[in-house]
Design a binder for this molecule. Structure first.
Ligand SMILES: Cc1cc2nc3c(=O)[nH]c(=O)nc-3n(C[C@H](O)[C@H](O)[C@H](O)COP(=O)(O)OP(=O)(O)OC[C@H]3O[C@@H](n4cnc5c(N)ncnc54)[C@H](O)[C@@H]3O)c2cc1C
Ligand code: HEM
Length: 467
């Protein structure tokens, strides 16, 4: 059955069933069909697109391998991840919005000021109507509970930005396998999303708006479902990994090495998500601290942040022999080996970990490209990996490492980079705390590096942390 069936968000329908759900995503995309859709009797919505037919030109098909796809993915800052609004920079004129996007944005404008309430209502609906889904989420959902809801809303808002969204959603769909998310869960989430929206966008919500949201959510979720289905054929949903080394470098930073239970393909500069046995279903991102090794081991540099659940467990509690879970690799902060531009790398704190991986990657490719690393920290003590970086500098004449300590030089990392420019011939890579990434990007753009040559991840965490 191609034509999705729909019902009112507030009709009390629990959705998900074959005939009374919001829509029925398929495991694989359906061929595109033109023309009007047939709607069922009693259905308030008309003109639905078939499931899998992307709204406004969105393509649900992926093609290459996950790693290959990530290599070609646009830099994260161009991918407009959920909630991310670039600061104070001229924005090129947006292409004309589709009718659905206009309606979706109208809802968002109304719901925005009460997003917190809408989020709580969304989860309340989800867990009351679908109690079986509660087990997929962490026991306590205070810190990051708004991420799913925010992502849904922002992805919906950017539904017209085909290129921007597809790579992001495919990655998200793959990443959702580790939560235990299945194709049949999507209608339930969609139904509750619309339930929350219809309640909080009371003024503007009507059948036309609802139909636009159904089409939009269907297109978004179909991309995620298809990416997950493709990924299922080639990779596990998660990896178990045993801690084989745990080295405390400072009182709050540990270098942790793990052995995955199956081969774990990734690219230097990427990150993974990690769950510890002490906080089930609480996943956090950590960057790989080296390029892929022949022994298959992976290492991470973890800093325990005040009151941080996962980081403190990893630094202060984890020991050799403990087993963690890893999600799939992600991130587009990878080296383009088809280019011979220099690399300008800014690593703040544990942000030096993926930078070290990038340097190893360049060394292994024998490219001999110039690599300039600025390694920033608050105090000299915080430069926990400076010895490794200086050793690498000694072995590689193309590498320059410059430590920048705030308290000594009264200089922030971006200011230091400004002093040593210009950097016209370089691609830039930034990794570290969200604030550093933001000010770093601004400094680099001011110094003439075009934004499409600046790579970094973590912007969605910037949003999550409200920084
Ligand atoms: C792409 C990416 C890669 C990352 N790579 C690394 C890495 O290689 N090494 C690493 O140590 N971390 C890394 N992080 C950060 C990591 O994912 C966690 O956010 C961090 O470990 C805190 O998690 P937690 O569970 O301990 O803290 P939470 O329980 O999530 O947070 C507890 C409190 O601490 C605050 N907080 C969170 N982070 C910080 C911080 N950095 N400084 C001060 N307060 C904070 C929160 O706002 C909250 O109030 C990365 C993040 C991203 C997005
Ligand atoms: C279009 C649909 C969806 C979007 C855009 C979306 C987006 C997100 C995002 C951005 C996150 C934050 C963490 C991450 O990046 O992985 C997240 C977390 C999560 N999502 Fe989804 N999601 C969707 C559908 C679903 C569905 C159908 C389920 C199944 C019930 C689900 C279950 C979860 C769970 C369990 C988490 C972890 C929550 C946490 O860590 O607190 N999501 N989602």
């Amino acid at each position: 059955m191609d034509a999705p069936t729909t019902a009112s968000a507030d009709s009390g329908s629990s959705g998900g069933g074959e005939d009374n759900g919001w829509f029925t995503p398929h495991r694989q995309p359906e061929p595109s069909q033109d023309g009007a859709r047939e709607t069922r009797e009693g259905n308030r919505l008309a003109g639905m697109r078939p499931v899998g037919r992307p709204a406004a030109g969105l393509s649900t098909t992926g093609g290459g391998s996950a790693v290959e796809e990530q290599r070609h993915a646009r830099p994260a800052h161009l991918m407009l991840p959920p909630g991310y609004a670039p600061v104070d920079r001229p924005v090129p004129p947006a292409p004309e919005a589709s009718p659905d996007a206009i309606l979706v944005r109208r809802t968002l404008a109304e719901v925005g000021p009460v997003a917190d309430k809408a989020t709580s209502y969304f989860y309340a609906l989800l867990f009351v109507r679908h109690p079986e889904l509660r087990a997929l989420f962490p026991a306590a959902m205070d810190t990051q509970r708004d991420r799913l809801f925010k992502a849904l809303l922002t992805a919906a808002e950017h539904i017209d930005d085909t290129e921007v969204l597809v790579a992001y959603l495919r990655n998200l769909g793959r990443g959702h396998r580790k939560y235990g998310t299945r194709a049949e869960h999507y209608p339930a989430v969609g139904e509750c999303l619309l339930g929350a929206l219809s309640r909080f966008a009371g003024e503007t919500w009507d059948a036309t708006v609802e139909a636009a949201w159904v089409r939009t959510y269907t297109a978004l979720s179909q991309i995620m479902i298809d990416a997950a289905a493709e990924d299922e054929r080639r990779a596990p949903a998660w990896w178990h990994a045993e801690i084989v080394a745990h080295e405390l470098r400072t009182s709050d930073i540990a270098v942790i090495t793990v052995r995955p239970d199956q081969p774990y393909p990734f690219l230097a500069g990427q990150y993974t998500t990690l769950e510890t046995p002490w906080w089930p279903r609480v996943w956090r991102h950590y960057s790989f601290a080296s390029s892929p090794r022949s022994d298959g081991l992976l290492s991470f540099h973890v800093k325990a942040v005040p009151a941080g659940w996962v980081s403190n467990a990893l630094v202060h509690r984890a020991r050799r022999g403990d087993v963690v879970r890893l999600g799939p690799p992600a991130g587009s902060m990878t080296v383009d080996h088809t280019s011979d531009s220099g690399l300008l790398c800014l690593g703040g704190g544990t942000g030096i970990a993926p930078i070290k991986a990038l340097v190893e990657d360049v060394a292994e490719h024998g490219d001999r490209r110039r690599v300039e690393v600025f390694y920033g920290a608050r105090t000299g003590h915080d430069l926990y990996d400076i010895d490794t970086m200086l050793r690498m500098q000694q072995s590689h004449p193309w590498l320059e490492v410059r430590p920048v300590v705030d308290q000594q030089a009264h200089l922030q990392l971006p200011d230091a980079v400004r002093e040593y420019g210009p950097w016209y011939e370089y691609d830039a890579y930034l990794s570290g705390p969200p604030g550093m990434i933001r000010s770093g990007v601004d400094a680099l753009v001011d110094n003439g590096i075009p934004s499409e040559r600046i790579r970094h991840d973590a912007v969605d965490e910037v949003v999550a942390a409200g920084q």
